[in-house]
Design a protein around this ligand. Structure first.
Ligand code: SF4
Ligand code: SF4
Length: 160
């Protein structure tokens, strides 16, 4: 955390900064100053798209994208209320795909997300185009050693 000297280069390049309540570098600053609750309650980590632009731009090589991921997980662990409810559902659905298949499986992700949100028709018109362009596979492509991935999830969730 002490690597960050608040130059703001990360936030200047962030493609979703406009939608965030606090600039990404300010979330780092809040934690540096001990304002954990404010940082965990911020919508910024939930709107972060994990694009890595900030991590690549940082002159101090601080991995802000990874930091945002950590903030999200800590917020969940601490039971902080997430204002962006659907993003939390998407986050969980995405992680379930990784846990089950070892990689992202878009059809499974969409199905689980829709079950969680019950918003069955959101973006439904983009599905045919994605199928035609080969962006959606009906069956998952599982990695070879899924057991290892599952054991990582088990270890990091604290379950034995
Ligand atoms: S670019 Fe790096 S050093 Fe600068 S504010 Fe962002 S995280 Fe901190
Ligand atoms: S990883 Fe997140 S915080 Fe960093 S530039 Fe991308 S969207 Fe912004």
């Amino acid at each position: 955390m002490s690597l960050c000297y608040q130059c703001g280069k990360c936030s200047a390049g962030c493609p979703v900064r406009y939608y965030m309540d606090i600039a990404p570098n300010k979330v780092v600053r809040l934690i540096q100053l001990g304002y954990y609750e404010e940082a965990l309650k911020s919508e910024t980590p939930w709107l972060c798209a994990g694009c890595l632009t900030c991590s690549v731009r940082c002159p101090k090589e601080f991995d802000l994208a990874k930091f945002m991921d950590a903030v999200r997980e800590i917020a969940i662990e601490k039971g902080v209320e997430v204002k962006q409810e659907n993003i939390l559902k998407f986050h969980k659905a995405f992680l379930d795909q990784i846990k089950n298949h070892g990689r992202s499986y878009e059809v499974g992700l969409v199905a689980e997300y829709k079950m969680k949100t019950l918003d069955l028709f959101q973006d439904v018109d983009s599905a045919p185009g994605m199928f035609l362009k080969g962006k959606l596979d009906l069956l998952p492509h599982n990695i070879k050693n899924r057991k290892e991935i599952k054991s990582i999830f088990k270890k990091t969730s604290g379950k034995k």
